[in-house]
Design a protein around this ligand. Sequence first.
Ligand code: C2E
Ligand code: CA
Ligand code: CA
Ligand code: CA
Length: 278
Amino acid sequence: VKEHGRNSVRQFIPEMGQNAISRLNMEAAMRRGLEQNEFLLHFQPKIDLLTRKVVGAEALIRWQHPQIGLIHPVEFIGIAEESGLIIQLGEWVLRHACEQQVRWREAGMPELQMAVNMSSRQFRQDDLASRVAQIIADTGIRPARLTLELTESMVMQDLNSTLATLRSLKNLGVSISLDDFGTGYSSLSYLRRFPIDELKIDKSFINDIHTNPDDAAIASAVIAMSLSLGLDVVAEGIENAEQAAQLREMKCHQGQGYYFSRPVEAEQFAAYIRRQED
Ligand code: C2E
Ligand code: CA
Ligand code: CA
Ligand code: CA
């Protein structure tokens, strides 16, 4: 089913093209998709690299289109962002991810950290903190169990407003993670000013960490820097045992990647955890 979905996605791209009409079609299709409940979340475990235990989940959006099949975010997040639909979509994601975290907690699973990706427009909303607070109140998630993932390029855009927004979010008690770290230009001094809790090393540095000394040096420096700043550090895109072993040696304690699990539906995620418990 997955492979079929992928091929269908490829056929969809030329149709979308760059022209305004297909873009409008896409927008309309997404709007309808939201109404018809065609979006869903997959969850990828975040793993403690020393114990191999699952410590959290990252929610990743998917679109189950009735004709096209499963569509991945790279195909629609950009258009959602440009059209502004990302605000609605982002709130849908946040609400559903929090609901799922509570459902798992109530089912007696070990309580997990739930990470949700934020888009740039979402992050720049004036009333972001009160919207997040509302969702926390509605769903009953413990704020400390919610992590908001922001990309490095997003937070570097307007430093003063970033700082104010981050503070208002931290006041709610949620965690802040800096995603795709290493791909932007943030400097150490900014990082120190920002109330962030976690860095995620971009997977482009992890790919060849076991074969390319430059990538290994960058990863190692980011890990050491994070630890000295008191931040948690997570490596993303771990695909094999060699990468995991090297990261462990570098004192990186957490990771995500296909080597442990692909993003999967909630049911499969729970089954993965249950298998670990045995
Ligand atoms: P991201 O936040 O950096 O998420 C990690 C991406 O890497 C995910 O792709 C995940 O499936 C993939 N991945 C995980 N492990 C591996 C691995 O070992 N190897 C490789 N090659 N890839 C791995 P996905 O789900 O297609 O999401 C792509 C991007 O779309 C995300 O990158 C994020 O920027 C965005 N996105 C996904 N869900 C949401 C959402 O709910 N809201 C927003 N605003 N953006 C989202
Ligand atoms: Ca992410
Ligand atoms: Ca990332
Ligand atoms: Ca990324």
